[in-house]
Design a protein around this ligand. Structure first.
Ligand SMILES: [Zn+2]
Length: 432
């Protein structure tokens, strides 16, 4: 454990209120950023950024990390067939392959500059183990759905509560509630979850209006569209993080804004599954919805790459609106940092490089041609539109250097890869 770290000579992408970008240093002491600017004096460890961008760790607001070892197993299928195949594999997984997938996915994210992610899955204890080993932060939301649809042992919400009590106060794990979606969660399931969230402060994340079919079926059943219905039962509030949110009307956007809810747009997943909807992000921003970005899982993306996701999100919005002015590079970076921190209720601790915040920091590679030429004026644009995750050189999580020169300081990458290979071949073998 290193007590203090001094990052010298960076272009600081502060993501503070004024979105200042400037040349300077960052001092980290006991996990917290204590000084930003021209720092005098030394520290236990000094890192020279050589003029490269130094930015807040990226926050992926929608993932299913344990599915990493299912990569490429359900590609190019019509959506119902895709679901059948994924559910069949998912319901028959072992603790070992869940752990191997989580280790691989967490390592993939951290090496690519993602220091925090929101996950929706069952068996979050196993994912928590991987999160702690890798040394990142997981907002791990236990999958909650109606009893008749689950393969979990016991009652999903009770399992979620038990997980919460095991991990509340953990430095790496933030336990949350992961509602699967309106198609498998009744009003009672939503409102019981809401009661638990009210008493515990836990985040509630859920899939919302990902497909047109989901919207039509819900309307047939209840007379209302999903977000309209969630609003009418009194479920929505500021602890809600709605993934996808692709098929929304303007009234639903307004309901989300009024409730101060957040959304996680997953453009690559939506395009790969060809679910057709494009999240109405310009309207969300206009109405005041807090917009963030997520990769979704490795069967629908198939990478957990937040640089690719930021760029794709901006491009999809510009292209579908025939308007290059919508979703600027700065806004895309906001979605992946400060907005995401707000969505998970941690805007006081994460999402920007400012004194008092936790030190989740990414230092880019000064020698990457993709990032050059680099100036204070084009730095944010270069991060979103020109660079890729391989341009990440060093990562700090909670003030600890967890990636150094592109390598994990915690896990043996060869072992992580070998375990992942083994897990995938065992899954494939069972499917034969
Ligand atoms: Zn998902």
């Amino acid at each position: 454990m290193v007590g203090s770290v001094l990052i010298k000579n960076g272009i600081i992408i502060s993501q503070d209120r004024e979105r200042r970008v400037f040349r300077g240093d960052v001092l980290v002491e006991n996990g917290t950023i204590t000084e930003v600017g021209n720092v005098q004096g030394g520290a236990d460890q000094t890192i020279d950024a050589h003029g490269a961008p130094v930015m807040p760790g990226l926050i992926n607001t929608h993932a299913h990390v344990a599915m990493t070892v299912m990569k490429g197993m359900a590609d190019d299928l019509p959506f119902p067939k895709f679901l059948d195949r994924v559910f069949a594999i998912d319901s028959d997984r072992t603790d070992d392959d869940l752990l191997a997938g989580s280790r691989l996915g967490c390592t993939e994210m951290l090496l690519g500059g993602t220091t925090t992610f929101v996950d929706l899955y069952y068996s979050q204890d196993i994912i928590a183990k991987a999160v702690k080993e890798v040394g990142m932060r997981g907002v791990l939301c236990w999958a909650v759905l109606d009893q008749q649809f689950t393969t979990q042992t016991g009652v999903p919400l009770e399992n979620c509560k038990a997980f919460h009590s095991r991990f509340s106060g953990d430095p790496n794990v933030v336990p949350g509630i992961g509602l699967q979606g309106v198609y498998v969660c009744s009003e009672e399931t939503f409102m019981r979850s809401r009661e638990f969230s009210d008493s515990s402060g836990a985040l509630m994340t859920f899939h919302l209006s990902e497909t047109r079919k989901e919207v039509y079926e819900h309307k047939e059943k209840t007379g209302m569209r999903p977000a309209e219905w969630l609003s009418s039962i009194g479920f929505l509030n500021h602890r809600c993080l709605a993934a996808h949110s692709a098929w929304l009307t303007i009234n639903e956007v307004r309901a989300l804004a009024k409730a101060q809810a957040s959304i996680s747009s997953c453009p690559v997943s939506n395009m790969k599954l060809a679910t057709g909807g494009v999240a109405p992000i310009p309207e969300m921003l206009r109405e005041g919805v807090n917009v963030t970005v997520g990769t979704d899982g490795s069967t629908t993306n198939n990478s957990l790459d937040m640089f690719a996701e930021m760029k794709t999100l901006a491009l999809l919005q510009k292209s579908s609106r025939w308007d290059p002015t919508v979703v600027t590079a700065q806004q895309a970076l906001d979605f992946a940092t400060i907005n995401a921190a707000k969505a998970i209720g941690m805007e006081g601790e994460l999402g920007s490089i400012e004194p008092g915040k936790r030190a989740d920091i990414v230092i880019m590679d000064h020698a990457s041609p993709g990032l050059r030429p680099l100036t204070l004026e084009n730095a944010v644009s270069n991060l979103v539109f020109s660079s890729c995750r391989r341009d990440v050189r060093t990562v700090l999580s909670n003030g600890q250097v967890v990636v150094e020169n592109g390598r994990s300081t915690r896990l043996d990458i060869d072992e992580v890869i070998e375990e992942g290979q083994k897990a995938m071949s065992q899954i494939a073998l069972k499917r034969k």
